[in-house]
Ligand binder design. Structure first.
Ligand SMILES: [Zn+2]
Length: 238
């Protein structure tokens, strides 16, 4: 096998591994960011809920004391009914009592509504608190994994880059420049023969070229996409 072709193939293997590591660890920071945003959303939702609960509790205390006042006023008026001397006074007092009763009934309805609002806000609060705990836990796990994966992939990348440097020494600048250009534009500089087609762009190759590529003794590039071609059917360790 042509030794330079063999090096190009090795270089492609190393570059593929580097790409894989980079893209694998690329997803985790994204996930951590997303979860952090999600957590902040729920926390601000919880803050709103807490504010609503505080407001409702305050209003609820106010309405309770209003109900108490109206109730004691009503009791007082009822007592006074026995003391009035004229019909006119009696009617006036009675109409005052009716009015107070209607105010009292409205206040009691309002108090009930507040109580039920308080209960539903309390449920929302509970759900948010559970969600926050769940997300915070899984966020912590993701962060740990991210740290581990970063330090692990850092080691792996260092090793791969060392192999890469060693391989580069045995490839001529001319081929290397071409390989790098292909790697940057197409994501691959070397492709295996696929039947009688280029393994990168699948265009059919001239029969004579296919035979020569199959020998792995001559470096050919694809006439369509320019990648370096080799044959996997030959033992590349030769
Ligand atoms: Zn091609």
């Amino acid at each position: 096998m042509d030794q330079e072709l063999k090096k190009l193939i090795s270089l492609q293997h190393v570059d593929n591994e580097i790409q894989e590591i980079v893209s694998l660890s690329g997803d985790l920071p994204n996930r951590v960011d997303k979860k952090e945003a999600q957590l902040n959303d729920i926390k601000s939702k919880l803050e709103t809920t807490n504010q609503k609960i505080a407001d409702l509790e305050k209003d609820s205390r106010k309405i309770s004391s209003e109900i108490e006042d109206s109730q004691s006023k009503l009791d007082k008026y009822k007592d006074q009914l026995f003391l009035v001397k004229t019909n006119k006074e009696y009617d006036a007092l009675n109409s005052e009592i009716d009015h107070l009763k209607s105010v009292l009934s409205d206040s009691e309805d309002l108090a009930l509504k507040m109580q039920s609002d308080l209960e539903s806000e309390g449920e929302i609060k509970k759900v948010s608190e559970v969600e926050i705990e769940e997300i915070a836990t899984s966020l912590e796990t993701d962060k740990k994994n991210l740290d581990n994966s970063l330090s692990e992939s850092k080691d792996q990348l260092e090793e791969l880059n060392n192999s890469r440097e060693a391989i580069l020494k045995d490839i001529s600048n001319n081929l290397l420049a071409k390989y790098n250009q292909l790697q940057n534009t197409r994501g691959a500089g070397v492709a295996a023969l696929n039947g009688n087609c280029c393994g990168a762009c699948y265009s059919t190759l001239p029969p004579q070229m296919v035979i020569e590529i199959q020998s792995n003794e001559i470096i050919h590039t694809c006439p369509s996409c320019s990648v370096f071609l080799f044959s996997e059917e030959q033992n590349i360790e030769e």
